[in-house]
Design a protein around this ligand. Structure first.
Ligand SMILES: Nc1ncnc2c1ncn2[C@@H]1O[C@H](COP(=O)(O)OP(=O)(O)OP(=O)(O)O)[C@@H](O)[C@H]1O
Length: 544
């Protein structure tokens, strides 16, 4: 009986029609993923994809008219940010990150089998961590699982306790599972993370944490060992293009291809162009996809602000070159999206001061700013700089230096590393390296950014070109090892090496038998190490 029931249910599922969230085409549920792949990845929709979905209709919302006039587009852009409105609600809409959610991945099969383990989603800003959690939420809700969200930036320990209590009740009374999503979990301190550790362990809650920081440093190791860490990457340029393309389609904006500007054709919306007075250059979308540095929120915010600015500014001055379009067509160009991106960073990245920067610099650096603010990236870049100088690659050294400084790094932080490098990696192979580094540090201290950047550049190139020696570093490491591995009390300082400022000390034998070297013409035969270390050589494996 059960088998027959399942078969009937399967047949019903096969016949279910669903609507493509991109082009609004109705098609069997079993075809939707393949269809969406083409719809999202391709430069244009499949032949059957004609109707664009309106902005404001969520991913599962109903389709609107083919294209919007400037006024209705402006209305559609009000309210929630475009990135939120377009947040994918299902895996089919989730673009890229194939290493995590592609076919045959563990996470996808777990989701399909309705088994959600505790997860830590780790990746850079705007790469889709929260979105993936929302998709899991949608799936879970369908399966009767509760999904509760907390943000570690605002939630207190008491909020976590309330959620845990509710989860316990739900489990006990209704046998309902709870998934707890904690955004920016790294902002909870270790004690706060301890609050839910036992409840994750006993299965009262399934934890999904999102973090931009390396979880090995930021998440309680006991908690971490109970979670699968899913590493999301920056969204690729191709995937970003698909996300932006989906956004412009949803807004009913037509895409003007580079090679088509003179032939007066456009793609991305219904072919009835007279109904669509807003157009965007394809090149503008590509530039946006590159400049947002794998952060979909930045890309979508940039697009939104560019469109809004153009709608406010009025009609395009380019209408003469667009012979087929009505004279009042609003054209969004590459310049406009760059300005939009700049605005989006001013609005959304308040930590960054743009006051001193020129427009182009802002555009190129904007993605880097967000990187520099990420804890791990800061360490990754300084490590890359150190290793490039050690490897005597002057180009790579300069690149990593610039990447840090352009990203807003503190020049004194870099200078301190150079002081260290001078001794650790160059040492006595070039004793002038250390004064160079100290001078660079002091110079940076005196004049600050941006003037001090060239001081650091000079020092970095000097170091990349300098001969290297870890002799001192290696020998000193051995001495430390010797001291740390010593069992029992440390040997006393030999009496003859001790100073004897008082009579009593002299009487005790301090300084007795010490040979004052300048008094001897020949090398002096004298021990300087404690008896038990006699003959030890910390420089044994000398390397230049
Ligand atoms: N893989 C994706 N496919 C389609 N859209 C995406 C994808 N990833 C992100 N987006 C879009 O970017 C927006 C921001 O993504 P999301 O909030 O998931 O990023 P995040 O990684 O959680 O960022 P943060 O660490 O800054 O909170 C989403 O609202 C969505 O519109």
């Amino acid at each position: 009986m059960a088998g027959a029931g399942a078969e009937a249910q399967a047949q019903v599922q096969v016949q279910v029609q669903v609507q493509c969230p991109v082009c609004a085409l109705e098609l069997p549920a079993s075809h939707i993923n393949a269809h969406l792949d083409g719809c999202l990845q391709g430069a244009g929709p499949e032949p059957s994809c004609k109707k664009p979905r309106l902005a404001g209709a969520g991913p599962t919302g109903s389709p609107g008219p083919a294209a919007l006039s400037g006024d209705s587009l402006a209305q559609k852009l009000e309210g929630k940010p475009l990135a939120d409105k377009l947040r994918p609600g299902s895996l089919g809409e989730y673009v890229g990150q194939d290493q995590v959610v592609g076919k045959d991945t563990l996470l996808r099969s777990l989701l399909e089998s309705r088994e959600v383990p505790s997860l830590i989603l780790w990746g850079p800003p705007g790469c889709g961590k929260t979105t993936l959690a929302h998709i899991i939420a949608n799936n879970s809700k369908k399966n009767g699982i509760r999904f509760v969200t907390l943000s570690a930036t605002s939630a207190k320990t008491t909020d976590v306790r309330v959620v845990i209590d509710q989860a316990q009740n739900e489990k006990r009374l209704f046998k309902r599972k709870t998934i707890l999503f904690i955004d920016e979990i790294h902002r909870f301190n270790k004690a706060q993370q301890d609050t839910f550790l036992p409840h994750v362990e006993c299965g009262t809650v399934t934890l999904i944490g999102a973090t931009t920081e390396n979880p090995s440093f930021q998440v309680n190791s006991a908690l971490l060992s109970r979670c699968r860490v899913i590493v999301l990457e920056k969204i690729s340029v191709e995937a970003m293009k698909a996300i932006l393309m989906r956004a412009v389609r949803s807004l009913g904006i037509q895409v003007l291809r580079q090679d088509e500007q003179d032939t007066d054709t456009a793609t991305g919306s219904d072919s009835n162009s007279s109904e669509s007075p807003v157009c965007i250059e394809e090149k503008a979308l590509h530039t946006l996809a590159y400049l947002c540095d794998g952060d979909a929120r930045t890309g979508l915010n940039g697009l939104q602000l560019a469109v809004q600015a153009r709608l406010t500014a009025g009609k395009s001055s380019h209408q003469n070159s667009m012979r087929m379009y009505p004279a009042d067509t609003v054209l969004i160009t590459e310049e406009h999206v760059k300005e939009g991106l700049q605005r989006s960073h001013i609005l959304y990245d308040r930590a960054v001061s743009f006051a001193l920067q020129e427009t182009l610099l802002i555009l190129l650096c904007a993605p880097l700013k967000s990187l520099a603010s990420q804890g791990e990236e800061h360490y990754n870049c300084i490590s890359a700089l150190h290793k490039s100088m050690r490897g005597s690659d002057e180009n790579a050294s300069l690149y990593w230096l610039a990447r840090m400084l352009e990203g807003g790094e503190d020049p004194l932080y870099v200078a301190r590393r150079l002081v260290r490098f001078a001794s650790e990696d160059i040492g006595l192979a070039d004793p002038l390296a250390l004064p160079q580094a100290v001078a660079a540090y002091q110079g940076c201290h005196f004049i600050g950014m941006p003037e001090c950047e060239v001081l650091l550049a000079q020092c970095v190139v000097y170091f990349a070109r300098a001969p290297k020696s870890i002799e001192i570093y290696g020998a000193y490491s051995k001495v430390k090892e010797c001291l740390r591995s010593h069992q029992g009390p440390l040997p006393p300082v030999p009496l003859h090496l001790r100073n004897a400022p008082t009579r009593l000390m002299k009487d005790l034998g301090y300084g007795k038998g010490y040979k004052y070297n300048p008094m001897y013409k020949e090398p002096v035969n004298q021990d300087y190490l404690p008896e038990e270390l006699k003959g030890i050589d910390f420089f044994k494996e000398r390397r230049k």
